[in-house]
Design a protein. Structure first.
Length: 286
């Protein structure tokens, strides 16, 4: 049986969780392949000991080339961390379908294809670890985030099915569910919001979604105090790829540990009423 590969391939390392994870793992002696769409955005990670790869999870040739590069040096990808992703916010009626498709291409289809690409050599070595970065948003839904939440629900479903399918080959699948992470996430949400007219039927709602997102990521706010730094997730990801018997799911930050179980105790109408205290109902002011 081939010796298990020590190589860890991480997608989406230009910022936030991916960058923190690549740096932490490299500093702790792991063989890390940090990737991003452009090498310039991760050039400084080379000084941390990372090997750099250009990898766009929406491009088949790019994904194939990245996996083959790791396999050429180590025979297989030892651990894959599917981290690449972003949030598309806005009332569903206002989000162009092209933007919906782009969201799924990055957050879901790219993740699924990366799994497909690494699995043959993982099966051959009878070992491997796949860590899929989901979100507490894969278990509950905030108004204005329907498209993003749909992608994370999909990640949860794919991971649950894959875990059963590959266990017999010695491969383990782990889901990491971060809550609020203090990074550039809020800015990305604002940039991705649909540009609607100030008098449109969802104008005040989309504006409230943007404001609520920024408030949530402010350190001084109540919700912000329930958040965490990317390094907290990086620490958990390291545990997920090194533990002999990892958990199936890891919840990271107080917000995830509080809100995920709380949502399970609420009826749908109770949750809707709670959300109504934070977001305006579109149409109420018409």
């Amino acid at each position: 049986m081939p010796t298990p590969s020590p190589a860890v391939l991480i997608t989406g390392c230009s910022s936030g969780i991916g960058r923190a994870t690549a740096s932490r793992l490299a500093h702790h002696g792991h063989v890390v392949y940090a990737s991003a769409r452009t090498l310039d955005s991760i050039a400084d990670l080379e000084a941390d000991g990372c090997r750099l790869l250009a990898l766009d999870v929406t491009d088949e040739a790019s994904m194939t080339a990245a996996v083959q590069a790791v396999e050429a040096e180590h025979g297989a990808v030892g651990a894959l961390v599917n981290n690449a992703g972003y949030s598309q916010s806005g009332a569903i009626e206002t989000v162009a379908l092209d933007e919906v498709r782009r969201q799924f291409e990055t957050n879901v289809f790219g993740l699924a294809r990366m799994c497909q690409l690494v699995l043959p050599k993982m099966r051959a070595q009878r070992s491997g670890r796949i860590v899929n970065i989901s979100s507490m948003g894969g278990t509950l839904v905030f108004p204005g985030g329907g498209v993003y939440h749909a992608t994370k629900y999909a990640v949860e479903a794919l991971s649950d099915a894959l875990r059963f399918e590959v266990k017999g080959f010695g491969i383990q699948v782990v889901i990491v569910e971060p809550g609020l992470i203090r990074s550039r996430f809020a800015d990305a949400v604002s940039a991705a919001l649909p540009q609607t007219e100030s008098t449109g039927p969802y104008a005040s709602f989309n504006a409230a979604v943007e404001q609520s997102t920024h408030n949530a990521y402010e350190k001084g706010s109540f919700v912000g105090r329930l958040g965490g730094e990317p390094e907290a997730v990086a620490k958990v990801i390291e545990r997920a790829i090194t533990a002999k018997s990892p958990k199936i799911r890891y919840r990271v930050t107080p917000s995830a540990r509080l809100l995920i179980p709380s949502r399970g105790f609420m009826t749908d109408r109770t949750w809707d009423r709670l959300m109504g205290t934070r977001f305006p109902h579109p149409g109420d002011d018409s």
